[in-house]
Ligand binder design. Structure first.
Ligand code: AMP
Ligand code: ZN
Length: 458
């Protein structure tokens, strides 16, 4: 079946035609590991994960590359400000290298918690300094660079359609701040290699043909994506903020060095808002996977919440919306436990699901379809089980652990449930409530149904 994907370059949904049918190349701008990735960042990674799962669901082989930025970002998009890694080092009392390692390990753990499939390659910027230097040298040879007092810069006027990804949107205010650097030829020009300043001692710096320093913000992605996927590959993903500066600059580097647009399809997820606004440290609302757990939520509930919105729509996160997602997922798990072992799936539903996800990853429709399937009284449980089992390859909700697996509780819980049945028979409602509370403490909710007590996980 055809796959339609919205391409930020063409500004419409295009039929996806792989460059090479044997292996589709996908590159995702990964985390900057100077602190813990937020649930906002994870919306971007969950979107990329969904894309890769969908392509694989369609039978395509995918090589998924996600970089780990462990060097060189400045706190300001305009190549000014403090180095994020050095800042993290100062604030967290570790070396820059330890900071990077700690948050990389943490990132892997959080990816697992959100059921994000492991990318095939996770290249680190610090392991690819030579590749970045080589690429800058090509750009230099081809006349796209100039050197000023604080570094080597990319001359954006040498690229005829520079910034095409932005469309008609004006570059944001951050870029205006570039004016601060008066030596630059054009405000959009950006650093390829920054020189270490004489006054400060940097923990992360390298020798280069231009002097000791560190790579600029954008060069690592072009160098590492081309190394892993070739000079032109299929799909590049990132958050919508990258449409303005980072991705136009990556594309300019690819155009200047290899004459390609780097990727054919550029895809961007919209932002996750928190309580209707931006996540920010000062508001104390930059939540992480660990914080979701501390609030009593399994991080996969957040994955369910993300699936309920289309990736190109803003999504407002609130604790209430997460609680609603949790109830929905619990109900789903509870229902699928009762189903018989998977047999033959429903062809009709399966076609509709494929239509939904192949239509630019329409997950709200896919989730609606899950509930339509669940509530369809004309289908046998075994058939629903088979269909949902297949779909979970895309949804990644871990439903395989629940489908046709009746809840098994410990003897301790069972004894309380039996005691509660006796109490109810004796119409001792008070004792019944006490026992219900004790059962809840052990992690289960009791419902009284026409068929007796029904247990579900809290
Ligand atoms: P960073 O580590 O800042 O480079 O961000 C990693 C990824 O997360 C990038 O693709 C960003 O565009 C994306 N991102 C950052 N904040 C949000 C947010 N609130 N919602 C969705 N994506 C985000
Ligand atoms: Zn990138």
């Amino acid at each position: 079946m055809d796959i339609l994907l919205y391409n930020s370059l063409s500004k419409k949904k295009d039929l996806f035609v792989p460059l090479n049918r044997d292996l589709v190349g996908v590159y995702t701008c990964g985390p900057t590991v100077y602190n813990t990735a937020s649930i906002g960042n994870f919306r971007a990674f969950l979107f990329a994960d969904l894309l890769v799962r969908t392509l694989r669901f369609n039978g395509l082989e995918v090589k998924w590359v996600m970089n780990i930025t462990d060097v060189g970002h400045l706190t300001d998009d305009a190549d000014q400000g403090e180095d994020k890694m050095e800042k993290g080092s100062r604030e967290q009392g570790m070396t820059a290298w330890e900071i990077a390692q700690t948050h990389t390990d943490e990132f892997y753990l959080d990816m697992d918690r959100f059921h994000i499939v492991r990318p095939d390659v996770l290249p680190k910027a610090t392991d690819h300094i030579q590749e970045q230097v080589d690429l800058i040298q090509i750009l230099e040879k081809k006349g796209h660079t100039y050197t000023i007092s604080d570094g080597v810069y990319f001359d954006t006027s040498t690229i005829f359609n520079y910034g095409v990804l932005r469309g008609s949107i004006e570059p944001d205010k951050k870029e205006a701040r570039i004016e601060e650097n008066r030596e630059k030829k054009h405000s959009a020009d950006f650093a390829l290699w920054k020189f270490s300043s004489q006054e400060e001692h940097r923990q992360m710096e390298w020798d280069s043909p231009w002097g000791v320093g560190f790579p600029g913000w954008h060069i690592e992605c072009t160098a590492m994506s081309m190394k892993e996927l070739g000079d032109l590959f299929d799909i590049h993903t990132g958050g919508v903020d990258h449409k303005m500066i980072h991705h136009p600059n990556e594309m300019a580097q690819a155009q200047g060095s290899k004459g390609t647009s780097e990727a054919r399809v550029w895809m961007h997820n919209e932002f996750l808002l928190v309580d209707g606004g931006k996540m920010s440290k000062s508001l104390g609302n930059v939540y992480t996977a660990e914080q979701l757990r501390e609030h009593g939520f399994d991080p996969v509930v957040f994955r369910y919440l993300i699936l309920t919105a289309h990736y190109r729509q803003q999504l407002n996160f609130t604790w209430d919306s997460l609680a609603a997602a949790q109830s929905a997922l619990k109900r789903l798990r509870c229902i699928v436990r009762e189903w018989e072992m998977p047999s033959v799936g429903s062809a009709e539903y399966e076609v509709r699901f494929l239509e939904a996800v192949n239509n630019d990853l329409d997950t709200p429709r896919a989730i609606a379809l899950v509930w339509e399937l669940v509530n369809d009284s004309t289908l046998a449980g075994s058939s629903k089980a088979q269909t949902l089992k297949k779909w979970d390859a895309v949804l990644g909700l871990g439903l395989l652990d629940y489908i046709a697996r009746p809840l098994v509780v410990s003897d301790e819980v069972q004894k309380l449930v039996d005691a509660r049945a006796r109490a109810r028979l004796a119409m001792d409602w008070e004792e019944g409530d006490t026992l219900r509370a004790q059962i809840a403490e052990l992690g289960y909710h009791v419902d009284d149904t026409a068929d007796g007590q029904k247990l579900s996980e809290l």
